[in-house]
Design a protein around this ligand. Structure first.
Ligand SMILES: Cc1cc2nc3c(=O)[nH]c(=O)nc-3n(C[C@H](O)[C@H](O)[C@H](O)COP(=O)(O)OP(=O)(O)OC[C@H]3O[C@@H](n4cnc5c(N)ncnc54)[C@H](O)[C@@H]3O)c2cc1C
Length: 390
């Protein structure tokens, strides 16, 4: 079992109190109404959650990756969608803090860290998601301004956010394509950026996911991240490593909530003269659910700890994301079975977990792609020229 340090336990306690008192009681109803959680977002600002990975010198309240996981787990235990408002915001802050110029960081990070500005990431397009090198959005330089043209799809925080990390091609002819890709800081305000429809989703409601259309949208050259063209793909990929860990933590929290609801229900629901938790097949389900969650937790914390040691953790973050989110999907379905008909009813939160979980299989890089990342990492770790077959 993973034991948090004293300081981490205090932070977790604060977030758990907020999640239990303010979030859980309203989560399902708001989600069913597809209502944006403005008041909860205001409270998250006060808790400093928008500055979790911004250095103190820029007004952030940074925590290590392990504490970051704990916070996401606690929030998602109450409402995974609410954690989604923070997720892409923090990926953007991560990329800006790592790769931005000193001027970019000074100009934008303080307002992002307080949540006064809300960030998002514009990577996916109608015809390219997993294969980001196939994007067609372009940014062409005219003096001190780039003009952006193209459409971005699935932008979480697209409507209520105002500052985005955008991946575009500055040299569409480059081979390999990633060498012609650059990352920009997009600030809403100038003409040429339209927020299209909010996509109607199976779950993960209340948090808006939008199409963004760019038509000759002007971006100052000062907003090219790091001030260098051609580095965008690498910058974004580094940000996605942190996203994998936050998505894993969200899966963990969602799965834990489903397990806890199932455990409570199984002890009070009586069938054939005894609580259903005394029927062996229900016990087996509960045991398998809890075991998988614990394994997912250890994988996720282990990936976070590797990052805290300053090491790249692509392989471990990929494994954590894959296992924790598959666990979330499995456990939410098992919880539904344990609740029987009530699991299928909107009177219980389990149906929400069940609808929210599949997003985690897709977002932050699909689990098919995670397997490719894991395999690539393994092949690098065990090259055939060092020992060969035994
Ligand atoms: C609710 C929601 C919110 C999102 N928020 C954002 C956001 O804020 N910003 C953003 O940029 N994007 C966002 N996304 C988009 C998300 O990142 C993509 O949906 C995801 O990367 C998959 O891309 P795709 O949908 O284009 O699927 P595709 O890339 O078309 O993939 C389709 C299927 O093919 C599989 N596949 C593709 N290539 C391979 C391969 N080489 N080997 C094996 N299988 C493969 C995939 O795994 C998948 O099963 C969001 C998505 C959702 C659903």
């Amino acid at each position: 079992m993973f034991e948090p340090k004293q300081e981490q336990a205090l932070i977790v306690q604060t977030i758990r109190r907020f999640a239990e008192k303010e979030v859980r009681p309203v989560a399902s109803e708001m989600e069913h109404r597809n209502e944006y959680p403005h008041a909860l977002v205001e409270q998250m600002k006060k808790l400093g959650l928008f500055g979790l990975n911004t250095p103190e010198e820029y007004g952030g309240t940074p925590v290590d990756s392990t504490t970051f996981v704990m916070i996401f787990e606690e929030l998602s235990r109450a409402w995974m969608g609410l954690a989604g408002v923070l997720g892409t915001h923090l990926v953007m802050c991560d990329v800006l803090a790592r790769f931005g110029t000193a001027e970019q960081k000074r100009r934008l990070l303080p307002a992002l860290a307080t949540g006064e500005k809300r960030g998002g990431i514009c990577l996916s397009e109608p015809n390219a998601g997993s294969d980001l090198q196939a994007i067609t959005t372009t940014a062409r330089r005219y003096g001190e301004v780039y003009r952006v043209n193209g459409s971005k799809m699935w932008v979480t925080n697209g409507r209520y956010g105002d500052t985005f990390l955008l991946l575009a091609k500055t040299n569409p002819a480059a081979q390999p394509a990633h060498q012609g890709m650059s990352a920009f800081l997009i600030e809403k305000g100038a003409p040429g950026l339209t927020v299209g429809r909010d996509i109607d989703k199976l779950g993960y409601k209340s948090v808006e996911t939008c199409e963004l259309h760019f038509d000759e949208f002007p971006v100052p050259a000062a907003n090219l991240i790091g001030g260098v063209e051609g580095a965008g793909f690498k910058q974004v990929m580094t940000g996605l490593e942190s996203e994998r860990i936050n998505v894993a933590a969200r899966g963990l929290g969602l799965a834990q909530a489903a397990l806890e609801d199932a455990l409570r229900y199984a002890q009070v629901r009586v069938a054939f003269g005894k609580p259903i938790c005394e029927h062996q097949s229900i016990q087996i389900k509960l045991a398998d659910m809890a075991t998988k969650i614990e394994a997912a937790r250890l994988l996720t914390y282990s990936a976070a700890e590797k990052r805290d040691r300053g090491e790249r953790a692509d392989l471990e973050a990929g494994m954590a994301k894959l296992f924790a989110t598959e666990t979330a999907a499995e456990v939410s379905l098992e919880a539904m079975r344990i609740l029987g008909g009530n699991g299928y009813s909107k009177d219980f939160a389990v149906e929400r977990y069940y609808r929210d979980a599949p997003l985690l299989l897709i977002g932050g890089g699909t689990n098919e792609l995670q397997r490719l990342i894991i395999a690539r990492g393994l092949l690098q770790k065990y090259p055939s020229d060092q020992g060969g077959a035994r």
